[in-house]
Write a protein that binds this ligand. Structure first.
Ligand SMILES: Cc1cc2nc3c(=O)[nH]c(=O)nc-3n(C[C@H](O)[C@H](O)[C@H](O)COP(=O)(O)O)c2cc1C
Length: 370
């Protein structure tokens, strides 16, 4: 069957150039604490994400000097260039110093986090708290933009609680301060990471500012990316959790935006290769936490398979890398067998699943971000 070509977006756009960076595919990979690390970002770039971001780092420890953990979070690999560091803080002098430090470390751009909903961050007046202080937004952005020669961008939300404050004020203030691009996560601080994204909030920001606007929230496929582009007029989309265990979603979105037919889904062997690479690279880049992190990452890839919940549960219980590698091999052997079953017939039941089912022991589905 020939795959259906989705209607291209009605709005043709030239590539967006921000400093040394070009946004051509119009799809970006979101910063996600605990997830958007070197291996994840490298895969996102390999599959066509124009830009990837580090996890958020706090400005104070960065400015203080050699905070090992902060510097680790900022470590990047040439294979993922351009990777944008993201900083968080509310004091304009500290933020400007942090921006200088990031420029010295070779950042192509600097992104300021104005959307983090975590109480500890908000209490310090940073992250999403800035949605309630447009004047401070402008000061912080201006201080950073004047401190460095590279562009400064902002990532924020549609609003604080959907009633009192809107992201439009923050976006306008960011533009006034000199931001060169703004990303809007179409959920309020009150919504955190759940609930339906409000696409109208992205359209409103798009209408209110002259700088490029990136839409974010709930993009999980070519269809949802095109819907966001069409309904909001935004210049590019950013994918967060929709790329967990599906890094090829960036390629699907990039092709749909260009009006090209969907790419072939990666074969079982290709996916197996990606998972093994993600696992190995996680151990290489995180020598002390490699296994803890890869338990989560590997589990992402098991999500949609028959009896995937059982494999995910086992992934979370593995004790070391060897056990995880064996489980990955077992999982892909199961998938190859399942692929041989004629459409409409039940997939094979792995022996360990049959045993657990006989005991009535069905694992709980764990959300990807836990
Ligand atoms: C566990 C988790 C950690 C996150 N960490 C960050 C972060 O460090 N910086 C940031 O700007 N956004 C962060 N976000 C927000 C995401 O970048 C994104 O805006 C959000 O997940 C909505 O996009 P999605 O619906 O495509 O996942 C985080 C989200 C989650 C779920």
């Amino acid at each position: 069957m020939t795959p259906e070509v989705l209607e291209p977006t009605s709005i043709e756009r030239a590539p967006i150039r921000i400093g040394s960076v070009e946004i051509r595919n119009r799809v970006l990979a979101a910063p996600i604490c605990g997830a958007s690390k070197v291996p994840y970002r490298t895969l996102a770039r390999r599959f066509g994400a124009d830009l990837v971001y580090t996890e958020m780092v706090k400005a104070y420890p960065l400015v203080r000097g050699n905070d090992r953990r902060t510097l680790e979070l900022l470590r990047t690999d040439p294979a993922e260039f351009p990777c944008v560091p993201q900083i968080c803080g509310a004091d304009e002098d500290v933020m400007a110093d942090a921006a200088r430090r990031l420029e010295q470390l070779g950042a192509p751009l600097i992104d300021i986090n104005m959307g983090c909903p975590v109480p500890k961050v908000v209490k310090e007046g940073a992250g999403a708290a800035l949605l309630r202080e447009p004047a401070r937004v402008e000061r912080v952005v201006r201080a950073c933009a004047s401190a460095v020669g590279i562009p400064v961008t902002v990532k924020t939300r549609s609003g604080w609680d959907g009633r009192e404050f809107t992201g439009i004020d923050a976006a306008r203030a960011a533009e006034q301060g000199g931001a060169r691009l703004i990303t809007i996560h179409a959920r309020t601080r009150e919504q955190r990471h759940g609930g339906a994204p409000d696409l109208a909030s992205i359209a409103a920001v798009r209408a209110a500012v002259g700088i490029p606007v990136v839409g974010n929230g709930g993009v999980v496929s070519a269809e949802s990316a095109l819907a966001m582009l069409r309904q909001t007029g935004c210049d590019a989309v950013m994918v967060g959790r929709g790329a967990f265990g599906r890094p090829w979603v960036f390629r699907e979105i990039a092709r749909a935006i260009r009006g090209e037919p969907p790419p072939e889904r990666p074969s079982i062997d290709e996916v197996a290769e990606i998972v093994r690479w993600h696992l190995a690279r996680t151990h290489e880049t995180e020598p002390f936490r490699g296994h803890g992190l890869s338990r989560r990452y590997v589990a992402w890839y098991f999500r949609e398979a028959p009896y995937g919940t059982f494999f995910r549960d086992r992934a979370f219980r593995t004790k070391d890398r060897g056990e995880m590698e064996a489980l990955v091999d077992e999982f892909f052997a199961h998938l190859r067998l399942a692929a041989l079953v004629p459409r409409g017939e039940a997939p094979p039941v792995p022996a360990f699943v049959a045993e657990r089912l006989a005991r009535g022991d069905v694992p709980r589905e764990v959300p990807d971000e836990e």
